[in-house]
Design a protein around this ligand. Structure first.
Ligand code: BGC
Length: 453
């Protein structure tokens, strides 16, 4: 069977500002909650911070040249809100806008299409001082910031993403405290989620005033399978999916929350004004899907949020972040999205894996056979969904290069390109070369023998 992808399919890779840029105070940038969090003792693995990261702020031209060499057609990156609006609202920092303007021009000059995420977790600290995503005003702050970005870049940028993974912001940032701003509060999590979704809606609405291209939302979908067909286990899987997946897609696309959330949050679940859903549910041009893994769950009365417990799968391969490698979950996810939400155009906006790579050898090679295999099997799974008629228009590998894996620091490497964080040397791994071949052959080479070295 031919593995050729549809004509015009967009091949690219992705990053996020705080994970790669460094230069946290350069040229008038304001602090973000990630600057604060990373400098709070005990929060980050190995005491790592994003202060230097991949130094992409100073090396973006070199990085873009490498992307071009690898054959990338698109690059998904995020804007640092606090570079553009140091206090989050009001005063615009011209130098911050200029940085992104130069980056976009450089991409276009190299024939690479920019895909811009407005918010990939680095909220300006000044807005956190006002409650951050707990403040209902956050939807207006975000729409105002989005208008500045649209005004400066729409036209050169034709694909916009409002928010990256609202679930991670709410669950990690407000419920479990594993990422910035590090709160642990069940009552806050649904409020943060709701305001993130209102902010998404407000930005899309703002885009319709002047925008001439496409805008969407990026969610991380993790399909939940039950360990058995007993009603208890099936209900546990249902709750886990409602919490992680439908909590965001249902309001954005159906204008309501899934019913299990009321049961999950109990007294912490607020009643929302009906009008909020008119704001949240905006027509979208596409949906971005970030897919990494699945979870198999069983009923567990001791778990006081979901009453569900993930079960490790014997014999399965797990990545360094302890995520099961399960390519079939990508096909299942894409089919499920079409079945539940209809035929909305999709992009895979993230997909990738951390494995322990060998250090870059002096002869300039990094052999990462597990990542090559991860990519191959997931691209085949994606192809299968496309062959079944799902409208997927592009694939952005996570990540272009090794970077700061949030509170896990630099030790977890997701890059196609190896970064030596002492010298900042970039070395394309075998996975980068493999992906180049996939791009050059439009997927055709996926049908060939797995040996790529
Ligand atoms: C995020 C990335 C992150 C990746 C791997 C996604 O949740 O959007 O920023 O590095 O997963 O954990």
């Amino acid at each position: 069977m031919s593995r050729r992808f549809p004509k015009g399919f967009l091949w690219g890779c992705a990053t996020a500002a705080y994970q790669i840029e460094g230069a946290p105070a350069a040229d008038g940038k304001g602090p973000s909650i990630w600057d604060r969090y990373a400098h709070t003792p005990g929060m980050m693995a190995n005491g790592d911070t994003g202060d230097i990261a991949c130094d992409h702020y100073h090396r973006f031209r070199e990085d873009i040249a490498l992307m071009q060499q690898l054959g990338m057609r698109a690059y998904r990156f995020s804007l640092s809100w606090a570079r553009i609006l140091p206090e989050g609202t009001g005063r615009i920092n011209a130098a911050g806008l200029q940085f992104y303007s130069d980056l976009i021009d450089e991409l276009l000059a190299h024939g690479i299409e920019p895909m811009v995420t407005l918010f990939h977790w680095d909220l300006p600290a000044a807005l956190d001082d006002q409650g951050g995503w707990l403040n209902r005003g956050s939807a207006d702050w975000f729409a105002d910031y989005a208008r500045v970005a649209f005004g400066a870049f729409d036209g050169r940028v034709k694909k916009w993403i409002t928010i990256n993974e609202p679930w991670v912001v709410s669950d990690g940032g407000y419920l479990r405290g594993t990422i910035a701003p590090g709160h642990r509060n069940r009552f806050e999590a649904p409020i943060a989620s709701h305001n993130l979704m209102r902010a998404h809606g407000a930005a899309v609405k703002a885009y319709r005033e002047t925008g001439r291209h496409e805008i969407g939302l990026a969610v991380n979908i993790e399909p939940k399978y039950a360990t058995s067909a007993t009603p208890e286990d099936m209900a546990a899987a249902h709750r886990a999916s409602a919490y992680m997946n439908e909590q965001y897609l249902d309001p954005a696309l159906l204008g309501r929350y899934p019913l299990p959330l009321r049961e999950i949050f109990g007294p912490a679940w607020p009643d929302w004004p009906e009008a909020d859903f008119d704001l949240i549910r905006q027509p979208l041009d596409f949906l971005g899907i970030n897919y990494y893994t699945r979870a198999v769950v069983r009923h567990d009365a001791a778990d006081d949020l979901l009453r569900a417990m993930p079960v490790r799968q014997p014999g399965a391969l797990y990545t360094e972040t302890n995520w099961e490698v399960f390519p079939q979950g990508l096909t299942d996810t894409l089919l499920w999205i079409r079945q539940r939400y209809g035929d909305i155009p999709l992009y895979i906006t993230e997909n990738g894996a951390a494995f322990p790579d060998p250090p870059a050898a002096t002869h300039g090679q990094v052999h990462d056979p597990q990542r090559v295999d991860y990519l191959r099997t997931h691209l085949l799974a994606l192809h299968e969904a496309i062959a079944k008629g799902v409208d997927v228009r592009g694939y952005m590998a996570w990540s272009f290069m090794d970077n700061l894996e949030w509170s896990l620091g630099y030790a977890k490497r997701f890059g196609l390109v190896h970064v030596n964080f002492e010298t900042q040397a970039r070395t394309p791994k075998d996975s980068a070369r493999f992906y180049s071949q996939v791009i050059a052959s439009h997927g055709e080479c996926l049908g060939e023998s797995p040996d790529t070295t």
